[in-house]
Design a protein around this ligand. Structure first.
Ligand code: 6GU
Length: 246
């Protein structure tokens, strides 16, 4: 899968894609990431990419011509590239949308500065707008990294052989159960007995119950969407009873 990042700040992307799962996906050639400097598409002597807003007001607005040329350059090579404008005004990203985005072969992520881009960019060149949550970033760069990370890890082979994205939180709308590794005891706190029992059935049940408990207390909104089995409902009943007792 290919990602083009259209930005005024190419250096922000120099190291994030060299680490961890994403770095490995890049190394293996599962994902190709190209940084496109919008300033290279400003043809005037001073390579101006922004200007004051018509009608007055604070801040600067990104000009239409350099962005338009950059996008046309991407599209000339691959007309099927999907152009996504990263903006807090976009549709909020969730795991379902991440999954849908992973089915495109080529995404071009346009990073705007917070004050905005000329409206004609959206009208003429943008296929969709994406936000990563209800808070304000000073530009779309970090949001683009979030999209690339979340999408790339879903590509076949990205997580390595024995792990699958299927198990992750949100796939089935539950938060993850707690994990432990050595040492067995740390400042008087021990690992739950059941995890040492070797009883895989009991361990699965405990983990499912903890996942349900965590989701119930932290994100009850997710439980409404989760696909729950008969056993899940029994576990939830147990959890409710236990919380009444304690
Ligand atoms: Cl995509 N951009 C900016 N500037 N702020 C954001 C965002 C994007 N998503 C959430 N906040």
């Amino acid at each position: 899968m290919r990602f083009d990042i259209l930005t005024l700040f190419p250096r922000m992307f120099f190291s994030p894609f060299q680490e961890s799962i994403l770095g490995r996906a890049v190394q293996r050639g599962l994902v190709q990431i190209r940084i496109v400097n919008i300033r290279d598409f400003a043809l005037d002597k001073h390579q101006v990419v922004d200007d004051t807003p018509y009608g007055g007001g604070q801040g600067m607005v990104m000009k239409v011509e350099p962005i338009g040329r950059a996008i046309e350059w991407v599209k000339a090579e691959d007309a099927s590239a999907r152009v996504i404008h990263m903006t807090p005004q976009g549709r909020p990203l969730d795991q379902e949308r991440v999954r849908e985005l992973s089915s495109f072969a080529h995404l071009a992520l346009l990073c705007g500065r917070y004050e905005g881009i000329d409206e004609r960019v959206r009208e003429l060149f943008v296929d969709e707008e994406v936000s990563i949550g209800d808070y304000v970033l000073s530009g779309g760069e970090f949001a683009a990294m979030v999209v690339i990370d979340a999408v790339s890890r879903l590509l076949p082979g990205a997580l390595g052989s024995d792990r699958s994205a299927v198990e992750d939180s949100f796939f089935n709308s539950l938060l993850e159960y707690p994990q432990y590794t050595r040492p067995l005891e740390f400042t008087g706190r021990t690992v739950p007995e059941v995890l040492l029992s070797g009883n895989h059935c009991a361990i699965s049940r405990w983990r499912r119950k903890e996942a349900l408990k965590r989701t119930l207390t932290r994100r009850p909104d997710l439980l409404g969407r989760a696909v729950l089995s008969r056993e899940d409902r029994d576990l939830l009943e147990e959890i409710r009873k236990e919380s009444v007792e304690s």
